[in-house]
Design a protein around this ligand. Structure first.
Ligand code: SAH
Ligand code: SF4
Length: 433
């Protein structure tokens, strides 16, 4: 989502007359787009800002800004910690970046825009028309913010209450992207499968999100649909059925389970149990047998005892995840978990992290093995940084594939025979054009 927000700001700036340069040293405006989910990310960003601030003293025409979650989370405090900072813009107000720079040119100082200071999804939304298309796969924001209250998470504070983009605006953007060569769309938001849940009525038992998927599916020229991030509780039967009903919907699900222990899930305020999650995953794999499944997990949440971690380990063994993002719990000021007793020592979180990472190396290799010697359709994204004769792209199961082929294949969907696998990628040869 942050990557996409950066792209959006870049497009807005280019259409306001600014130019992109190739190196930070050549830039006279530097904006750090930041994440606040873990403390480490904020520390790093502040360190970088303080380093960049030194340029302010030396260069008259140098502007320094912060966008994203840290701007909302730390607010005016940021200007105290980095006095040379020119502006800070929260995630909901990034469309105003062009105007902020104009205000700076007119001599205003230390401009701060919080969430809600501008309308995030305006009805007459045409910002996407200014969007620079750089890839065959494009992220499309359908919602911003989050109404959940997971005990560890700072996102509701930094991105605010959920706002949904009207279906028509999303459709227009996807049509625009496809008309300009995009073949894959990734629908994005904090909890995409709760899209429009209290605003748009269900139709024939289908949730607003499934209705959106069906509408997007009708767009000619669009080949693949993905979405990120869903919430486990939002995988009802209508969504599971979509995987068989909608051929463009890719057979890969990101299922952020967070823990395998019911006691911890309850303390985290996740609205499902281990049994409910396993049942959904079973249904998904029954509906599409080779369904690839990735997850997010937190180890070392306050009060996570050996027995709780053991439950997570067991679940990890049972599911055979294709990929997992394993996070060591990071206390975030203002969240309820940060005030809980029984904080887990870092050394234990690290140990648990290593155990799961080792396990992941085994399961992802085993999952990748399923594709050895098979033919896969690969949406070719680019040539490899190391060797321009090698191209890479993704299979529908979201497996990254490297294969030798001429550059003219970039942007196409090609048939690749898989000849070698590792834990994180597949290698193959071109079978046809
Ligand atoms: N909306 C998504 C996740 C957004 S944050 C969802 O509900 O799944 C991305 C991931 O960061 C989360 O899934 C969680 O695993 C991790 N995360 C969030 N807060 C964290 C914290 N305080 N410490 C460690 N990991 C955290
Ligand atoms: Fe954070 Fe996701 Fe929970 Fe929202 S649903 S509070 S974004 S973890």
């Amino acid at each position: 989502m942050n990557g996409h927000d950066s792209e959006l700001m870049e497009s807005v700036l280019i259409s306001s007359g600014f130019q992109r340069v190739d190196s930070e040293a050549a830039a006279n405006i530097v904006i750090l787009n930041t994440c606040s989910v873990r403390e480490q990310a904020e520390h790093k960003a502040i360190g970088r800002l303080q380093q960049l601030a030194r340029r302010k003293a030396l260069e008259k025409n140098f502007y320094l800004g912060v966008s994203g979650c840290m701007a909302q989370n730390l607010g005016l405090e940021l200007f105290r910690r980095v006095p040379a900072l020119d502006f800070a813009i929260a995630p909901g107000s990034i469309y105003a970046i062009g105007e902020v720079l104009k205000r700076l040119e007119h001599g205003e100082k230390q401009i701060f825009l919080a969430n809600g200071d501008i309308e995030t999804f305006a009805e007459d939304d045409t910002n996407f028309c200014r969007r620079k298309i750089t890839r065959v796969s494009a992220f499309v924001t359908i919602a911003n913010g989050c109404n959940m209250n997971c005990a560890y998470c700072i996102v509701p504070k930094t991105r605010g209450r959920e706002t949904c983009r009207p279906i028509n605006n999303i459709m227009h953007e996807v049509q625009f992207l496809v008309a300009n060569g995009v073949k894959e769309i990734i629908l994005g938001g904090q909890i995409v499968n709760f899209y429009g849940i209290r605003k748009i009525p269900f139709e024939n038992g289908k949730s607003p999100f499934v209705q959106l998927l069906e509408k997007i599916h009708t767009i000619d020229g669009l080949e693949r649909i993905r979405f990120l991030s869903p919430h486990p509780s939002g995988f009802r039967d209508d969504l599971i059925r979509s995987y068989s009903d909608l051929p463009k919907l890719c057979p890969h699900v990101h299922f952020p389970i967070q823990s395998g222990s019911d006691r911890i899930l309850r303390a985290m305020r996740r609205s499902y149990t281990r049994r409910m999650a396993l049942e959904i995953l079973g249904n998904l794999r029954r509906s599409i047998p080779a369904m690839a499944i990735s997850t997010d997990l937190i180890v070392g949440f306050p009060g996570e005892m050996e027995e709780d971690f053991h439950q997570t380990e067991q679940l990890f063994n049972e599911i055979d995840f294709d990929m997992a993002f394993i996070f060591k719990y990071s206390p975030r000021a203002g969240t309820s978990a940060a005030a809980m007793g029984n904080q887990i020592p870092k050394i234990i979180s690290e140990e648990r992290n290593q155990i799961l990472l080792k396990r992941l190396a085994v399961t992802s290799l085993r999952r990748n093995q399923l594709f050895l010697n098979s033919h896969q359709s690969v949406l070719v994204e680019a040539s490899s940084a190391k060797d321009p004769r090698i191209l890479w792209g993704y299979t529908p199961h979201h497996k990254k594939v490297f294969f030798p082929a001429p550059e003219k294949m970039i942007g196409k969907i090609v048939d690749v025979k898989i000849t070698r696998i590792t834990t994180c990628a597949l290698t193959g040869t071109l079978a046809s054009e």
